[in-house]
Design a protein around this ligand. Structure first.
Ligand code: SAH
Length: 210
């Protein structure tokens, strides 16, 4: 197990992960705790894996690079849209002051909350909600990470970003290659930067039934 984890971290460095704070968060949070059943044996492979409700836990190198691109400071409040397994939220929680994470599947939120409690991560608030509307009651946010692909960066999320804030969002049609975009809000507007091609499940409006 220790050797598999070592190889996992080495692979992240090879992929261009240089931020030591992000690397140590990836080292601290055991991806094996977020994958269940037959796929658990593959938790340390650099591959996305299926999770309940037909969703996926993202590829670790993509989690790492998105986290690095967010440039989270220790005082930052972060919103994640797309809790999924909770793995990405746990990484964010190592870096920021508080993390709000939302998912449209209540079952995923419930399972993630149990994992956060078991790991003693007390600075994460997980909420079942339609994240395409953001979280108006908790806004504005220093950082926003969307882990499902939108056709365009959702307007409510842009408006819930602080001036000087950064949002990372995969943009594009769900069944093709999407682009990971970094949006930075300035006094006068938004700057957009394309980071790399990615592939995520779609951001779907409204709550799911489970
Ligand atoms: N970050 C997750 C993986 C996310 S998969 C992890 O670390 O495991 C994408 C997630 O986005 C799915 O769980 C899906 O249910 C969720 N999602 C899709 N549309 C959403 C929406 N409008 N609001 C909230 N969550 C949404």
């Amino acid at each position: 197990m220790a050797e598999r984890k070592m190889r996992f971290l080495f692979a992240l460095r090879q992929q261009g992960l240089t931020d030591m704070r992000v690397l140590s968060a990836m080292e601290r949070i055991d991806r094996g705790a977020f994958v269940r059943g037959i796929f658990a044996a593959r938790a340390y492979e650099d591959t996305p894996l299926p999770i309940p409700c037909g969703q996926t836990i993202s590829q670790p190198s993509v989690v790492a690079l998105m986290t690095q691109a967010l440039q989270i400071g220790p005082r930052d409040t972060v919103l994640e849209v797309g809790t999924g397994s909770g793995y990405q939220a746990a990484i964010l929680a190592c870096l920021g002051r508080r993390v709000y994470t939302v998912d449209r599947h209540r079952d995923l939120v419930r399972a993630a909350v149990q994992r956060f409690e078991a790991l003693g991560l007390s600075n994460i608030v997980a909420i079942a909600a339609d994240g395409s509307r953001g979280l108006p009651d908790q806004a504005p946010f220093d950082r926003i990470l969307v882990t499902a692909a939108a056709e365009d960066p959702p307007g409510p999320l842009l408006s819930q970003l602080k001036i000087g804030g950064i949002m990372i969002v995969p943009v594009g049609q769900s069944d093709t290659v999407q682009s990971l975009i970094r949006v930075t809000r300035s006094e006068t507007g938004f700057d957009y930067e394309e980071l790399r091609p990615v592939r995520f499940v779609p951001l779907v409006e409204g709550m799911a039934t489970d």
